[in-house]
Design a protein around this ligand. Structure first.
Ligand SMILES: [Zn+2]
Length: 1083
């Protein structure tokens, strides 16, 4: 083993040598030459030592849709709803910046910026580039939108950062790269977001909203700025310096100088009777002194801006000029306060340069409460169908990216189509989009955008699939193009193509990098169908009636009465299989599915050898059998009535789009008796439950499955009693969970939650229910020493465990009052003239919590989590023109994009076309380090084997966003407070009034590398050192450290055999690690 590693290291050295001989396109070198004045940290205004430096941040917060649609905000229409026009903001800010080099501005939302950029003349674009190169206009955050952090999935967050930073990089080069995250408005903050920022190479992040009790405590303890440990698995590479802003993101009271505000300007006419300079400066300096008491250094940050401010930038700037001038004039008389135009990154640099240590944090900032009765936990569930559509959008985007990459020939429209889909999904991540906290009209606009983007990307997919599937028999004419249609109404078991054709093909595209088995359901009009696999073999099928409640949906225009089910086995990784489905002329009549005979006096059981469920005589779930245990388990639907109030004081807060506030802690049962029908066949066993006229459910267990599926249908929620209702599903077990449960963070790591408790302060909860709600992006779980229960969701939902052994998830809400946080509408969604109906799935896992033989439950949950996120995409094609024999001989019905199947713990997180002849590829280890004794280990594979469909020339690793070389990228390092970390290793500290100062470092602390520095010869990946790399190079050390870890962790044995040129393509992953590569393809 040892000798092997030595040889491997030597080969890595060759790799690092050879990879830099290849001509690589350089990320972020566009502006390296003739830079003149510097962007970034060197462009910061000086902060005189011994002064209290006040960093004034001129900024605008431009929601990518909220009360108005994205375009209404951009163009500034509908001014009666909100006076906001983003184009004017950027226009006027740019002019102000051009007039005065001292001024600074930050811009955040790439969705708006690039819309504006495209409309400018080349001349103005050059001027803007100059502003960016000189650090006068600085991009912060830089993603397509400022994403929400509770309801977003990490895959979509990474995507929208990758795309925003990509355009900034393509346009401005290194000076366009944001260094600081800016999450000033999202309603609480996830730990995974911190981890992603860190992995994207950000130096720090600032935000505005945290629980009011937490904020008080942090300010009092000078802990509002901290080092956040973003991951329990990834170590310090996920650490992020994070600061909570003092006044959200607003200007101090009385100092909003914007045309949107009514505050007094600074009146400095010497003889003006209104001259207010002295009074205004006094007030401001008092505010400054107060704020500074709560923060550790001699620097404070003050946000001078707000929602859609700076539409007439000169108004704001003129007053800021005066404020700065008159405040700083007092320095001549002994004032030690210095005001300056600054940016969040300049402020961060000052914090770093202060050389002190910082508190640390390991949990997250959920839930967010702004007052004792306003827990922002309703938006975890608000607009459940938009939330599901967004998740569908991500699924579709990933498939579209892969198929666009795989296209043998790409037409000119491919890129614009894919970009449109990328950008639309970027918009969907906005903190008033997927959250459901926008006005109804805006929600409809988002849905419309997404459906248009889906149609656009469909054409890429259709073209690629036609190219891949045709030409099996090239001697004959190329067959007519097939439709490869997506049925968007499968969520109501409807699909015109499968319902109306007696012959059709179903192409199942599997975006995962391992083979999958999937039970497929197709809406059909009859029960007699034959399904042929790609070899022409007839497959076993089962037909189940479409549930009554679905069939009865008024606006469902479908003749499908049944769902045809078959098992699509061994769907190739990153590939497809096509099935031929036909209705034979003659078929035996005994296939007609009928419910099992009703049994009123005894129990109903469904299941298989892995898991069984029992239903009592009232039709409710009562027991589960799994892993050799039989345990009590019930499930029911209940609802809270939404609180109603005038919002004039905290106690009168209404439940609304943001806020979940039940009228009382009381819940109401949706039903006390459930009507059931049972269907059992060779592939699936189902119990169709009807709870009442607006709640129904199908509980099913497939033959080979290790979990149960609960497909719920809720709505229209009745409001005839003038009460808004918030509907939950609650699973009740006898597991002794002792107040503890677990929820995921954006679909990745699990976080421990404790009822009525917060990790870092003594919480006083006046909302017993909503104060215990947490965001569930994909999973919620609890366990004791013997049993474990986990529920996977198909969209973001709010969830909790209000009693030991219980898990609840809010599935739908309909409310009649606004909660007074700006939307100005009740969350009362209607469609087709009645309350919105939502349908979705929960996947229930139950079994032994540990000592389970074989694969752990947690590992199985992770796998299903992936398959729920990215199942096979269904493409339908009419086959009227082809008999099954013709179909078999005319088309390529199986396609496999990878030759070596990855271990199941490895997820091909990204495969997308990047620049010309480049792919962007991400691999992810989907397990946490303690989730499975066997599989939570290092894995190793060769990227060339995995992506065999491509002709790979070389690869180079980047930061998580794909826009900076990992080996060239440095981050600022911050020192944790001594009591929290083993500080002895660092040196001597002095503690004064809560702040800890580093006196002497035992070992040199890593200094921040500012962008002005060219990398020295011998340093990582330095330009000048491409050919002179020696064994001391950092690149080498990086790999050396890695390989030692491999040895220590005892890598899995399935190591690919090595040969010289293959070494450079070997990739290893540790638990929860994501690695991102630019892959260069041969031309
Ligand atoms: Zn906002």
């Amino acid at each position: 083993m040892f000798g092997k590693i030595g040889a491997w290291l030597a080969l890595l050295y060759i790799f690092s040598y050879s990879v830099h001989n290849v001509e690589l396109r350089n990320i972020g070198t566009v502006n390296r030459e003739n830079k003149g004045p510097q962007c970034g940290y060197p462009s910061c205004h000086p902060t005189p030592p011994g002064m209290l430096n006040v960093h004034l941040i001129a900024h605008t917060h431009d929601d990518v849709g909220w009360l108005k649609t994205v375009d209404q905000y951009y163009y500034g229409s509908e001014t009666l709803i909100q006076k906001a026009g983003v184009q004017y903001i950027i226009d006027s800010v740019v002019q102000s910046l051009l007039r005065d080099p001292a001024k600074r501005f930050i811009y955040v939302e790439s969705a708006f910026f690039f819309k504006w950029w495209k409309e400018q003349t080349a001349e103005l674009q050059e001027k803007v580039k100059m502003l960016v190169n000189e650090g006068r206009l600085e991009f912060i955050g830089g993603a397509w939108s400022m994403n929400d952090e509770a309801t977003t999935h990490y895959q979509s967050t990474i995507d929208q950062f990758a795309w925003g930073l990509r355009l900034l990089n393509d346009t401005f080069g290194e000076c366009g790269r944001p260094r600081v995250g800016w999450q000033i408005d999202p309603f609480g903050h996830s730990r995974e977001m911190a981890s992603m920022f860190a992995q994207m190479g950000f130096d720090g992040m600032f935000f505005g909203r945290l629980d009011y009790q937490d904020k008080d405590e942090r300010l009092m303890m000078q802990k509002a700025e901290m080092i956040w440990h973003g991951s329990a698995n990834l170590g310090d590479k996920s650490d992020l310096f994070t600061g909570a802003l003092y006044n959200n993101y607003q200007a101090p009271a009385g100092f909003c100088f914007d045309i949107l505000c009514a505050d007094q300007p600074i009146i400095d006419g010497k003889h003006s009777p209104d001259n207010n300079v002295k009074e205004r400066v006094n007030t401001f300096l008092e505010y400054v002194k107060t704020q500074s008491r709560y923060y550790r250094t001699n620097n404070i940050i003050i946000t001078m801006g707000g929602d859609f401010t700076y539409q007439a930038a000169q108004v704001y700037y003129k007053n800021l000029d005066k404020l700065i001038r008159y405040a700083n004039e007092r320095q001549a008389n002994g004032s030690n306060i210095n005001l300056l135009y600054s940016t969040p990154s300049c402020y961060l640099k000052s914090l770093h340069d202060a050389g002190i240590s910082w508190p640390t944090k390991s949990d997250d900032f959920f839930p967010y409460a702004s007052d004792p009765h306003a827990y922002w936990t309703g938006y975890f569930t608000s607009r459940p169908t938009l939330k599901r559509f967004e998740r569908d959008g991500n699924h579709f985007l990933q498939v579209c990216k892969q198929l666009t990459s795989l296209a043998p020939k790409r037409s000119a429209e491919f890129d614009p189509h894919l970009n449109f889909m990328r950008e639309t999904m970027g918009i969907m991540q906005h903190h008033d989009a997927v959250t459901g906290t926008e006005k109804q009209k805006v929600a409809l606009d988002y849905a419309k955008r997404l459906s248009v983007a889906l149609r656009a990307c469909s054409t890429n997919m259709r073209s690629t699939l036609n190219q891949l599937s045709s030409g099996k028999n090239r001697s004959t004419a190329v067959p007519a193009a097939l439709e490869f249609k997506t049925c968007t109404l499968l969520n109501i078991s409807s699909c015109a193509l499968s319902e109306t054709n007696t012959r059709f093909a179903l192409t199942l595209y599997n975006p995962l990098a391992h083979e999958t088995d999937e039970y497929i359901r197709i809406p059909v009009a009859d029960y007699k169908y034959a399904v042929l696999d790609p070899t022409g073999k007839s497959l076993p099928t089962q037909v189940v009636p479409v549930p009554n409640a679905v069939a009865k949906i008024k606006y469902r225009r479908s003749i499908a009465q049944y769902e045809l089910i078959f098992l699509a086995a061994k769907l190739p990784a990153v590939g497809y299989r096509t099935y031929y489905i036909e209705k034979p002329d003659i078929a035996p009549d005994d296939l007609k599915p009928g419910p099992a005979p009703k049994k009123t006096s005894s129990l109903t059981r469904i299941g298989n050898g892995n898991i069984k469920l029992t239903f009592d005589t009232n039709g409710f779930l009562s027991e589960v059998t799994a892993d050799g245990m039989t345990r009590q388990l019930s499930q029911e639907f209940l609802y809270y009535e939404g609180a109603i109030g005038n919002n004039a004081e905290f106690l009168n807060r209404s439940s609304g789009a943001y806020i979940f506030r039940p009228k009382a802690d009381k819940v109401f049962f949706a039903s006390d008796r459930v009507a059931i029908e049972v269907y059992k066949g060779p592939l699936v066993q189902e119990v169709h439950q009807k709870f009442n006229d607006w709640v129904s459910q199908v509980v099913r267990i497939y033959k080979q499955s290790n979990h149960a599926e609960f497909e719920w249908l809720v709505g229209p929620i009745p409001i005839e009693d003038h009460m808004g209702k918030e509907v939950i599903t609650r699973f009740k077990s006898d597991i002794e969970s002792d107040g503890i449960f677990y929820t995921d963070s954006n679909g990745r790591e699990m976080l421990k939650r404790q009822r009525n408790h917060r990790e870092t302060w003594n919480v006083k909860l006046q909302e017993r229910v909503s104060g215990n709600y947490y965001p569930v992006t994909t999973k919620i779980a609890l366990e004791d020493t013997t049993a474990r229960m986990a529920i996977l969701t198909d969209r973001a939902q709010g969830g909790s465990s209000l009693q030991d052994g219980e898990l609840e998830l809010m599935v739908h809400r309909r409310l009649l009052h606004d909660d007074a946080f700006g939307v100005g509408e009740a969350l009362n969604e209607t469609e087709f003239g009645e309350g919105l109906i939502a349908r979705g799935k929960h996947h229930l896992f139950f079994g032994q919590s540990d000592r389970r033989p074989g694969v752990s439950l947690k590992a199985m949950e992770r796998l299903l989590q992936l398959q729920t996120l990215l199942p096979a995409w269904k493409f339908f094609s009419n086959m009227t023109a082809y008999s099954s024999d013709q179909w078999l001989t005319s088309f390529t019905n199986t396609f496999n994009g990878v030759s070596v199947i990855l271990p199941k713990t490895v997820h091909l997180l990204t495969l997308e076309p990047w620049h010309e002849n480049e792919l962007l590829v991400r691999f992810e280890h989907i397990l946490e380090k303690d989730e499975d004794s066997r599989y939570s280990k290092y894995v190793q594979f060769n990227i060339k084997d995995v992506l065999a469909a491509f002709n790979i020339e070389s690869i180079r690793e980047t930061t998580l966003d794909g826009n900076a070389w990992l080996d060239e990228h440095r981050r600022m390092e911050f020192v944790p407070d001594p009591e929290e970390e083993s500080y002895d290793a660092y040196g001597t500290f002095a503690k004064t009034s809560g702040a800890v100062h580093l006196l002497e470092a035992a070992k040199p602390l890593l200094e921040a590398k500012y962008s002005k520095e060219a990398l020295k010869a011998g340093e990582l990946g330095a330009e000048s050192n491409r050919l002179k790399r020696n064994a001391d190079s950092g690149h080498f050390i990086l790999h050396k450290r890695r390989s030692q870890q491999v040895r220590a962790d005892n890598v899995n044995e399935n190591v690919v055999p090595k040969s010289n040129d293959r070494e450079q393509f070997l990739i290893e992953l540790s638990p929860m690690e994501i690695r991102t590569f630019v892959v260069y393809l041969s031309k």
